[in-house]
Design a binder for this molecule. Sequence first.
Ligand SMILES: C[S@@+](CC[C@H](N)C(=O)[O-])C[C@H]1O[C@@H](n2cnc3c(N)ncnc32)[C@H](O)[C@@H]1O
Length: 205
Amino acid sequence: MQNIATDLFSKWADNGKDRGMAKSHSPAVNQILDKTLSETKSNFNFVDAGCGNGWVVRKVRQMPYCKSSFGVDGAKSMIQNAKEIDPDGEYYLEDLLLWSPKNKIDFVFSMEVFYYFKSPKTLTKHIVDKWLAPGGMLVIGLDHYIGNPDSYSWSEDLNVHMTLKDEKEWVQIFKSAGLTSCYSFKVNALNEFPGTLCVVGQLKN
Ligand SMILES: C[S@@+](CC[C@H](N)C(=O)[O-])C[C@H]1O[C@@H](n2cnc3c(N)ncnc32)[C@H](O)[C@@H]1O
């Protein structure tokens, strides 16, 4: 099994599939941001962990209280595409587990990324310890989870590691990494699709 998701996604970016992914993820992401960030009435900085071509970074940058918005991704061609679209934007080619920001972040977002890690708990703990500012929020979206049967074969189909967990287990990962006020909800449910699972947690002030 190919273990490195970033190799797979770099190839996707070479073939322009980053744009298709942005399009297909955007209804869920819009709803998640509406529920978690859009009402914010104080200045915040934002990072998209596993930002792909950076489309969410650019979207959030337009929000009135956003002081800064940047993206991190481990796929070379994703970051190249992001910089081509937005030469003045901040995009870092880094492994999420090895990187940490210079200044702590108020809002860490991640769409369709955490399950590529063998230990999502280790990634969550790293973000809690090294990325989040006091009072900061971690918000993730997932389509591969127990409860969405169509996603169960994805790891085999794409030949890449994916960690399959249910909603309660994801919330428990957030709690055990030290986050409080943890909760989950689903967005964008359609016909047979049970929706994108969103998990939210906050670091104490
Ligand atoms: C399914 S894509 C989602 C991209 C973007 N969030 C979006 O919605 O368009 C998963 C992304 O996670 C990135 N990724 C996976 N493992 C990573 C790691 N260890 N470090 C950094 N990025 C990683 C991949 O390179 C890829 O761009």
